[in-house]
Write a new protein. Structure first.
Length: 429
């Protein structure tokens, strides 16, 4: 299909080819990115893209749904089986949109949500003041008790929960390299009658692989995940739920206390309208791939690579946020050096390695020039780099940091990166 573009729109064709070359000759260590299989990409460009499917399977507002209904239901069934949930909504357009849908299901304007502070590893979509949701709801933030280990301050969470009575207690991270104690979150939520919600966008693939804990096993009621990170699917999201819960803010027109029904209604017609059926078909393919035995091997290798990367940086004298990692990412703390996240991100871009600058807890620098660098292993593990290659990559990164203003060294490193990249091709190409 890409070849067809060559004759229809040569400019876009050239940009697609240029991006293919960039991906083929470089390395992706952004923690939130991954490579899709050719099968997932093919599904996204399939004829389901032509179909309006407003509504849910069996309850559509347009005709001609015999295939879309079967396909979406298959995606739902695969998601619930893989993650041990009672229900899945596969229509939310992104992680941010899915979070809005969940808030819309449970909350009234002004209600309180308790979530992780952005600088301690949280995310903008959990109520940062610059976001629209931050203007509608009252977000309160907890953080780490011990930054050196990543220990969460559960005494603080319990005190805040009992004082402010949040309707949602949110377990989530974007730049937090440790695993959370989900049972403690659920215990506190139960004490104050809050919904225990997990946003597992970064690690859902690792949960699917069975190598990280599943919050549903700790009595969480709702989870959201994006599907393009460690799950290796299209850019989309899932909302999963387990059990039922009474909503103290039930609107008079609501007729059901059932979580699945209310989430479906929040997605449509509450927040968004037509689902993109081609992307949902790609989700179904990705979920099928994640259910195969080889996906567990992938999850185990992703964690092993991250662990090796942490050890290598520590051995070179670098400081890591929380002192290491339990998941797929590390966050370098450069606050005690002459470097910052922007400098090192740009140096790595010069040699063909993509990463992302990141804030660190209580960052002394502004967000546009933060003191941290976030590095993740899911994408290059998909290309099957293992520990020996990871050690070499860390050496390259360290060399680039120390020579960030030396064009000759950076050019040499770029050639080294390209050679290894070609030895470990992307499954998307």
């Amino acid at each position: 299909m890409v070849s067809d573009i060559q004759w229809v729109d040569p400019q876009i064709f050239e940009l697609i080819k240029a991006e293919e070359r960039r991906q083929a000759t470089g390395m992706e260590f952004i923690a939130s990115e991954n490579y899709q299989s050719k099968a997932v990409l093919a599904a996204q460009s399939g004829v389901f893209a032509n179909k309006y499917s407003e509504g849910t399977p069996g309850r559509r507002y347009y005709g001609g749904q015999e295939n879309t209904d079967l396909m979406e239901q298959l995606a739902i069934d695969r998601a619930t089986a893989l993650f041990g949930s009672d229900h899945a909504n596969v229509q939310a357009l992104s992680g941010a949109a899915a979070n809005v849908c969940i808030y819309a299901w449970l909350l009234e304007p002004g209600d309180t949500i308790l979530g992780m502070d952005l600088t301690h590893g949280g995310h903008l979509t959990h109520g940062h003041p610059v976001t629209f949701m931050g203007k509608i709801f009252n977000f309160m933030r907890y953080g780490m008790k011990d930054i050196s280990t990543g220990e969460i301050d559960f005494a603080q969470i319990r005190q805040m929960a009992h004082e402010h009575k949040p309707k949602i207690i949110l377990a989530w991270f974007s730049a937090y390299p440790r695993e959370l104690d989900y049972a403690k979150f659920a215990e506190i939520a139960n004490e104050v009658g809050a919904v225990a919600m997990a946003d597992m966008s970064h690690i859902w693939g690792l949960i699917a692989a069975g190598v990280l804990a599943n919050p549903f096993d700790a009595w969480f009621q709702v989870m959201m995940t994006t599907t393009h990170k460690s799950l290796r699917g299209p850019r989309w999201s899932l909302i999963l739920s387990k059990g039922t819960v009474s909503n103290p803010l039930k609107k008079p027109e609501d007729t059901s206390e059932n979580i699945p029904t209310r989430i479906d209604r929040a997605v449509f017609p509450g927040v968004q309208w037509w689902p993109h059926m081609n992307t949902i078909s790609a989700i179904a393919v990705a979920l099928h791939e994640a259910a195969q035995p080889a996906f567990r091997t992938y999850g185990e290798q992703t964690l092993a690579n991250a662990g090796t990367m942490a050890e290598e940086f520590l051995s070179r004298g670098y400081k890591l946020v929380t002192g290491g990692t339990d998941n797929h990412m590390i966050v370098l703390d450069l606050s005690e050096t002459e470097l910052d996240g922007t400098i090192v991100e740009q140096a790595l871009d010069e040699i063909g390695i993509s990463t992302s600058k990141s804030t660190i807890p209580d960052d002394p620098n502004p967000p546009y020039r933060p003191s941290g660098l976030r590095i993740g292993t899911p994408a290059m593990t998909t290309r099957w780099l293992q520990q020996d290659q990871i050690k070499t990559v860390v050496w390259w990164m360290d060399t680039a940091f120390q020579n960030h203003d030396n064009a000759t060294v950076l050019e040499w490193l770029k050639k080294e990166v390209e050679q290894m990249s070609r030895e470990f091709p992307s499954p998307s190409l």
